[in-house]
Design a protein around this ligand. Sequence first.
Ligand code: PGA
Length: 244
Amino acid sequence: MKIIVANWKMNPQTIEEARQLASQIERGLLGVDRNKVETIICPPAVFIPAVRHLIDFAKLGAQNVSRESAGAFTGEISARQLAEFGVEYVIVGHSERRRMGGDDKVINRKIKQSLAEKLKPILCVGFGTKKSDSHTQIKNVITRQIKIGLAGAKQSRITIAYEPVWAISQGLGTGKAATPAHAAEIAKFIKLIVNRVLVLYGGSVDGKNAAEFAAEKIIDGALVGGASLVPLEFLKIIRAFANT
Ligand code: PGA
């Protein structure tokens, strides 16, 4: 089973747009073999209540979770609160959040909070604002991110998204995807250091390049930012992975 995650980030701006986006993706999934690909929509937290009632084929995810379980933590949202709204997955350790603070130990606490509420974490790892970073550097950083991030976390299957920072379509990224061969090499490496793991690739995946990533069998899916805001484009990605 392949996994495609829509990370809407801080988009869209209105509840109506969020509803339309979710409904269009959901309608598109009618024509997709859903035994082959699971689609997860991660809207901004405030839109979760609206989006949850519009999706059925797609699963609901959150973009972040608090490291704390409850209490005086202004602005935070707990794993339990997310679970109350039907959230099943949570993105943890996205590079854009890592930049706002939170080291690997904080990410580890978020993973544990998620698992305690039976949410499935999608741990993001990645490195570098330059394409020239060496494979050794990349492997050292993601090994640390994985070892500390998943320390003591017990779950039968974990999902890791490899996202080179430079490959993300906006923000610090260049908008140029990594090569499928590079993504496949890192996926293979991650599978050597973690048991029973699904590895997604993220960073400028779009309707045009999705089939090339899908052709690398070791890659279990994609974490999609920008292109997940354009339903036709996003559905092309889903179909590319469903057709492998
Ligand atoms: P992108 O974002 O697809 O817009 O590059 C991916 C991500 O940051 O999750």
